[in-house]
Design a protein around this ligand. Structure first.
Ligand SMILES: Cc1cc2nc3c(=O)[nH]c(=O)nc-3n(C[C@H](O)[C@H](O)[C@H](O)COP(=O)(O)OP(=O)(O)OC[C@H]3O[C@@H](n4cnc5c(N)ncnc54)[C@H](O)[C@@H]3O)c2cc1C
Length: 494
C-alpha cells in the first residue's frame, strides 16, 4: 500500500488518475483559509477547501475575533484617536522585531483601512465603541481596545500611540466563532466547495518542482486532487506538535498550555517538503493573563534573583514572553496593600510570600539579603519622583509600593496558565507565494496565516489582533494570487 507523508511530496508522474479537479485548493478552514477561498472564488476560480475537522474553525474560531487595524478607522476617529498609516507602519515594524517583514508591513499599513472595509463588507459587525484601560478582551460588545504596547516604552517613542484592537461586535470574550461563521457563509455563497473530515496527507509535485495537487484522506481513502492554479496552505501553526516544538522552538517546552485546534504543523512540513523555506521557527506568542485586575500593573515583576527585567505596563504578552528569558522557573509580581487584588482564577497565580516589610518578603522567598528589597527601594525612590529611569514605565502606572502588608505573587511555568502558539512558518511574499531558501517562489504553492511567518514574527513584540490581521489580509492576497496563476504554469509540466 502506498504511504503518504507530510514531509515528502508524492510524484506527479506516479498519479494514475485524479479523483477531483479544482483550480485553487485551500488546505484548512480557519480565518486564513476562509479569506483565501473567498478571494479565489470571487476572482472566478473553482475553489475547494479541505479541512481535517468536521467543520470550519481552527484556532480562529476559538479566538477573541480581535483584528489589528489602524490608520484612522471610523471607530478610532469616533473615539477621538488620530491614527495614521505612518504610525501604524512604524508600530508594526517595531513589533515585528529585528527581522520585521518590511514589505508585508508596508502593504498592510497602506491597505489597512480598505481591509477593514472588506471585513465589514463580508458582514463582520463593529459596534464602533471604545473601551479604555488595560484589558484582554472586552467583557461587553464594545469593539475598540488598546491591544498592544503602543503606549509603553520603547514603542511609544517609535510610533505615535493609538488603540488598534478592533473586536468583532459580540457579547463577552470569544468572538472568533462568529467571525469564522461569517466568512464561511460568504465562501459558500460564492460557491466554494467545502470538504470537511478531509485531511490533506501530502502535496503532489512534478519533475520541475511545481506543486500540481494534493493527496487528501476522505472516508478513509486517499484521493488525488488536481489543483490547476495552485494549493494554498492555511493549516495554522505547530504548537501542538511536540516533535516540532522540540526541534524548532525548544524554549516553548517550558510551557504547558498550547492553544489552538489542530496546530500540528502539517502545512509547514508539506511546504518544507517541496523546498519551501521555514523561518523564525523559534518564535512564539505566550501570555499569562496577569493584568486582570489591572491594578496589578502598578506592581513590579522580579525574577528569582530579585531583579526587575521590564516595564510592566507593556502588553501582557510581551511581559510574559520576557519572563521566559529570565533565569529559573518562576517570576514574582510584587504588590502592596493598596493595589493588591486576587488575579483571575484562569491565570493560576498564587501568593508565594507576604510580609510587613519588603525584607520579610525577601526572606520568605529565600532570596539573599538585600536583593529584592534593594530592587523595590530603588524602584520606590524613583517612583516617588514620578519616573522610572531604568525601564521607563509610564508615570500613569507608577506607584510607590510602600503601603504594607506586602505580597509576592508567583507565576511559574509549571502551574500558571501560560498559553502559547507559534509564530514561525513558511517564508512567503506579500502575495502569499511560498519561497525556497534561495528566495525563489515554489511554483504552484501559496500559504497564509500561522503556517507562515507573517506580520507577527517576534514573540516579544506580538500584540493582540496581529495574527488575525495577518491571516485575513494575507489569506486574501494568497487566494487572489493563486486564482490569477496561469494554468499554463503547471500544464507545461504535464
Ligand atoms: C483562545 C485564543 C484566542 C485568540 N485570540 C486572538 C485574537 O483575538 N486576535 C488574534 O489576532 N489572534 C488571536 N488568537 C490567535 C489566532 O486565533 C490564530 O493565530 C489564528 O486564528 C490562526 O489562523 P489560521 O487560519 O492560520 O489557522 P487556524 O484557524 O488554526 O486554521 C487552520 C485549519 O487547518 C486545519 N488543518 C490543519 N492541518 C490540516 C491538514 N493536513 N488537512 C486539512 N486541514 C488541516 C485545522 O483543522 C484548522 O481548522 C487566539 C488564539 C486562541 C487559541
Amino acid at each position: 500500500m502506498t504511504e503518504f507523508t507530510t514531509a515528502r511530496p508524492f510524484a506527479h508522474e506516479d498519479v494514475s488518475h485524479w479523483d477531483l479537479e479544482t483550480d485553487v485548493a485551500v488546505v484548512g478552514f480557519g480565518a486564513s483559509g476562509a479569506s483565501a477561498a473567498i478571494e479565489a472564488a470571487a476572482a472566478g476560480a473553482r475553489t475547494t477547501i479541505f479541512e481535517m475537522g468536521s467543520g470550519s474553525g481552527g484556532a480562529s474560531a476559538l479566538s477573541g475575533g480581535e483584528i489589528y487595524v489602524g490608520g484612522g478607522t471610523d471607530v478610532q476617529q469616533a473615539a477621538g484617536f488620530d491614527d495614521s498609516v505612518e504610525a501604524l507602519e512604524a508600530y508594526l515594524l517595531a513589533a515585528g522585531g529585528p527581522d520585521a517583514d518590511a514589505a508585508k508591513v508596508g502593504l498592510y499599513a497602506r491597505e489597512s483601512l480598505n481591509h477593514f472595509q472588506w471585513l465589514k463588507d463580508q458582514g463582520v459587525p463593529y459596534k464602533g465603541t471604545f473601551v479604555p484601560g488595560k484589558i484582554i478582551e472586552p467583557e461587553t460588545d464594545d469593539t475598540l481596545i488598546w491591544s498592544g504596547s503602543e503606549e509603553a516604552w520603547p514603542f511609544s517613542e517609535q510610533a505615535k500611540p493609538a488603540p488598534r484592537g478592533h473586536v468583532i461586535q459580540h457579547m463577552g470574550w470569544g468572538g472568533g466563532r462568529k467571525l469564522v461563521d461569517i466568512l464561511e457563509a460568504k465562501a459558500r455563497e460564492l460557491g466554494v466547495d467545502v470538504r470537511c473530515d478531509a485531511r490533506v496527507l501530502s502535496l503532489v509535485v512534478d519533475r520541475s518542482g511545481a506543486v500540481t495537487g494534493l493527496v487528501v484522506k476522505i472516508d478513509n481513502k486517499p484521493l488525488f486532487v488536481r489543483a490547476t492554479r495552485g494549493v494554498v496552505l492555511c493549516t495554522g501553526g505547530f504548537c501542538m506538535n511536540q516533535d516540532m516544538i522540540r526541534r524548532y522552538a525548544p524554549e516553548a517546552l517550558r510551557l504547558s498550555d498550547p492553544i489552538g485546534e489542530n496546530d500540528n504543523g502539517s502545512g509547514i512540513l508539506m511546504g518544507m517538503g517541496v523546498g519551501g523555506d521555514a523561518i523564525h521557527m523559534d518564535q512564539f506568542f505566550t501570555t499569562c493573563p496577569w493584568i486582570m485586575p489591572p491594578s496589578l500593573v502598578k506592581g513590579i515583576m522580579v525574577n528569582q534573583r530579585g531583579q526587575r527585567f521590564i516595564n510592566e505596563d507593556c502588553y501582557h504578552g510581551r511581559v510574559s514572553r520576557t519572563m521566559i528569558d529570565q533565569p529559573g522557573d518562576r517570576i514574582y509580581l510584587l504588590a502592596d496593600n493598596a493595589i493588591f487584588e486576587r488575579p483571575i482564577d484562569l491565570a493560576r497565580i498564587e501568593i508565594a510570600a507576604v510580609g510587613e516589610t519588603w525584607e520579610e518578603v525577601e526572606q520568605e522567598l529565600g532570596m539573599p539579603e538585600g536583593t529584592l528589597a534593594a530592587t523595590v527601594n530603588t524602584f520606590n525612590r524613583y517612583a516617588a519622583e514620578g519616573r522610572d529611569p531604568i525601564f521607563h514605565k509610564h508615570p500613569q502606572w507608577l506607584k510607590v509600593l510602600d503601603d504594607g502588608p506586602f505580597v509576592a505573587l508567583e507565576l511559574n511555568f509549571r502551574d500558571s496558565y501560560f498559553s502559547f502558539f507559534t509564530l514561525g512558518g513558511l517564508s512567503t511574499l506579500p502575495t502569499g507565494e511560498v519561497l525556497d531558501s534561495a528566495g525563489k517562489p515554489v511554483s504552484g504553492l501559496f500559504a497564509a496565516g500561522r503556517a507562515t511567518s507573517g506580520l507577527p514574527r517576534w514573540g516579544h513584540g506580538y500584540s493582540s489582533g496581529m495574527s488575525l490581521a495577518d491571516c485575513t489580509f494575507f489569506g486574501r492576497q494568497a487566494g487572489r494570487q493563486a486564482a490569477a496563476s496561469a494554468d499554463a504554469l503547471v500544464a507545461a509540466a504535464e
